[in-house]
Design a binder for this molecule. Sequence first.
Ligand code: SF4
Length: 450
Amino acid sequence: MSSDRRTAPAGDREPDSGQTFLEVEGLSKYFSGNDGLFGPLTFEGEGLVPRPALDRQRVRAVDDVSFEIRQGETLGLVGESGCGKSTLARTVLKLLEPTDGAVYFKGRNLADTGGEELRRMRKDMQIIFQDPQSSLDPRMKVGPIIEEPMKAHGMLDDEDREARTRELLGKVGLDPQHYNRYPHQFSGGQRQRVNLARALSVNPDFIVCDEPTSALDASIQAQVLNTMNELQDEFGLTYLFISHDLSVIRYIADRVAVMYLGEIVELADKEELFENPEHPYTEALLSAIPAPDPRSTETRSLLEGDVPSPIDPPSGCRFRTRCPKLIAPPEYDLSDDEWDAIRDFTRAVDRRSPAIDAIEADEDRPPAELRRDLRGTFFGDASLRGETEDIVEEALDLVVEGDIEAADDLLQRSFVDSSICAREVPAYDVENEHGDVVHRANCHLHRDDA
Ligand code: SF4
């Protein structure tokens, strides 16, 4: 296992013999309140005034992201809503200017392209959006909609464009006779097929698919995904496929990148990732996939707590505020059982869990009784040792007194801030028994001395 943080060199590079097609290095995209129409000013009362300080803080939507996509493969990008997937896709395509980092498309650094060259490269890089309805102009017939990109790139004459459009309608599973229909005359799945035909019209070799099936019913989803697979084989396409749905990713992807709060936390071949997830966030996502058998009694560790703000993400590992495997701080010499109990109690106080709320709301019972129950809930009969016992006792007192904020502050300072999870940004390659790197998993559980 080794640390793996890279920086972005300038200039172009030769595409390697492993057929790396697209390479993303240290890519970041931050937004600030200054990004709007009036920059650092905003309207207030009768005129423009400087924006408030909070508004000027930066939203770190994508932060130091690196990955590569090989020719002809589908890289699945998965994560909860708002984790930065779509911003990453748009920044990769240079539809958004990156704050930092580089994107190499077939060896060419996109930062060095512009004007006519960028326009030509854009022809090779298409995007399909989530909502098939709003991405089609309702006043236009689908034939001219599909022809638009060809016209913009000066491809073919009118007659050949129409012939190609009718052919593409057939390729994506629609009737070529529907050339003169309007978008509203199609179902959601059919409209997404129109979008596919439009993307394919300019002969791209790379398509970013941004949640293309999430607005569709499950059975229609499967049909559209099948069509996309067939088109990939026929046209030699490379996909970056974005979804919040791991079932969809499992179906379509060859490799999978898992994103959390602006960062990629795990990346591996699909089978490897689904069989041996190496990051607690991926484990939690996988355990949240509904079991096919409703009678299954398999335990599910659903994700708890909210995603923190990307304006001020947690230090160290960004998942640490929700991680059920947070690593014990080294200074206390805790047994596994002791740490499990302390970690659960710390998380419950931090999240104001129902057990903590119940103590706060119960005004009828004597404090000593509440305290005994609270301790029993989290620690059973176990006795802690030395300083640990003192800290937990003090935190229990604060909770019973109703000062949850002070209890949280004490527990965070004592047990979280000195954990390696809060102090260091994790970045690890995981090797198999033959010494081959099979996984990137940004979790300190993979450090050499773990
Ligand atoms: S680094 Fe720590 S907090 Fe982050 S995922 Fe790993 S164990 Fe959890």
